[in-house]
Design a protein around this ligand. Structure first.
Ligand SMILES: [Zn+2]
Length: 199
């Protein structure tokens, strides 16, 4: 189980990471058998909930230079939400496989809702509960990354540390970003000077 608690200046994210591909609690033989069977579904046959990196490739880059200072009350708010999320996941009958609840839904459990992600802002006192599913291009939990880690172990880790773009190349993000740049260029080229003057 993994919980992320991330702080901005006045905004925050608290989320639980989805189960790995095909993993569930059980005896060790079961777990090993499931680990070999990589899939976008979890052991219960449902689409896996995403991890912190599934929808946020910007997290890859060095952000230490940003020098963001969080508002003084933010740390305790975020850590409290993270602890509550962890406790509710432990008490949920499906544990790490529990689907993400959305605010406003009624819950029969005494502990209440168990969201996947909470994104909030202290300046507006707003709070959103969101569900994000796993990405096949994730640099942390995708099949490509897990397969490499399981077959190469520490060699894989060392290559990731030494080559900043290796994970992006492996998961296809490099190609994806190139194609996004290419389509933007195509779109700009389609507007000719005459049409632009009419606008
Ligand atoms: Zn992921």
């Amino acid at each position: 189980m993994a919980i992320t608690a991330a702080l901005g200046h006045d905004s925050y994210l608290v989320m639980r990471h989805g189960a790995g591909p095909g993993t569930r609690s059980g005896n060790m033989d079961d777990v090993i058998a499931q680990i070999q069977n990589l899939s976008t579904e979890d052991a219960l046959g449902r689409q896996r909930l995403g991890c912190c990196f599934c929808n946020d490739t910007a997290s890859l880059f060095n952000s230490i230079s940003d020098e963001t200072v969080a508002l003084p009350g933010l740390t305790s708010i975020v850590s409290g939400k993270a602890v509550e999320l962890f406790a509710r996941m432990l008490h949920h009958p499906e544990g790490i496989h529990a689907p993400g609840d959305i605010a406003g839904k009624s819950s029969e459990r005494p502990s209440g809702l168990l969201p996947h992600q909470m994104r909030g802002s202290l300046s507006q006192y707003s709070l959103l509960t969101l569900v994000g599913y796993s990405s096949s291009s994730c640099i942390a939990c995708s099949n490509a990354v897990l397969r490499e880690y399981r077959s190469r172990g520490l060699d894989f880790v060392m290559q990731v540390i030494n080559e900043p773009t290796y994970l992006e190349d492996l998961t296809g993000l490099t190609e994806l970003m190139k194609s996004a740049d290419y389509s933007r260029v195509e779109w700009v080229d389609e507007v000719d000077d005459e049409e632009f003057a009419d606008m």
